[in-house]
Design a protein. Structure first.
Length: 205
């Protein structure tokens, strides 16, 4: 295993540093964090480990405003998308297969970034999507994992995406936007189940 840093300038004035974890694989999983949810936090950390165990290299993204320790402003989302595209472009040609793994706001950013790679067939794993990503999910399909007690993505949203072709939806009963419930041990069990489900997804083609 080799760990490299991809460092690029950002609109926000601070260099972006992405971690690229390589193990001579022909597939890569690109992780898109949430608005304030980094790739080091549980959902993305363990899903990333599942991808690596299933034979994918990893590219862990950080957004420019996160590097600069600035607040996210919706008016700058296109700049975030373009910077993600520029970063992924540094490595994508080294791989035959590409998977985008995204959390929350990252589900929208991942979809819009995928549109810029129109010549690539990119698979998607959407974790706790936001409502703005519904057209993205409809367009690309993939695996969606969401909680039934998520205030940002309610039951009617889940029912809507459940009807999309090429889309598999896993509902986590009573889980919130972090896929957690009130009981700690049950939350850990959810994390274990997510790791198993995502591992199966990464091993499929």
């Amino acid at each position: 295993m080799q760990v490299d840093k991809i460092i690029l300038p950002s609109y926000w004035g601070a260099d972006i540093s992405h971690k690229h974890i390589k193990n001579d694989n022909t597939s890569v999983a690109v992780l898109f964090p949430g608005q304030n949810y980094s790739c080091e936090l549980p959902l993305l950390y363990y899903t990333g480990k599942s991808a690596f165990d299933a034979g994918h290299d990893l590219l862990l993204l950080e957004y420019g405003y996160q590097s600069a320790r600035r607040a996210f402003e919706e008016s700058n989302v296109d700049k975030v998308i373009q910077e993600c595209y520029n970063s992924i472009n540094q490595v994508i040609n080294n791989y035959l297969d590409v998977v985008f793994v995204s959390k929350s706001l990252g589900t929208y950013i991942a979809g819009k970034t995928a549109e810029l790679f129109a010549d690539r067939n990119i698979r998607h794993l959407f974790l706790t999507p936001v409502r703005s990503s519904i057209p993205i999910i409809e367009k690309f399909g993939g695996l969606v994992v969401c909680g039934t007690n998520d205030k940002l993505f309610n039951e009617s949203d889940i029912e809507r995406i459940d009807e999309f072709p090429n889309t598999d939806v896993i509902r986590i009963k009573d889980a919130n936007h972090a896929l957690e419930v009130n009981d700690l041990l049950q939350s850990l069990e959810i994390m274990k189940t997510l790791a198993e489900d995502s591992n199966r997804f990464f091993k499929s083609k």
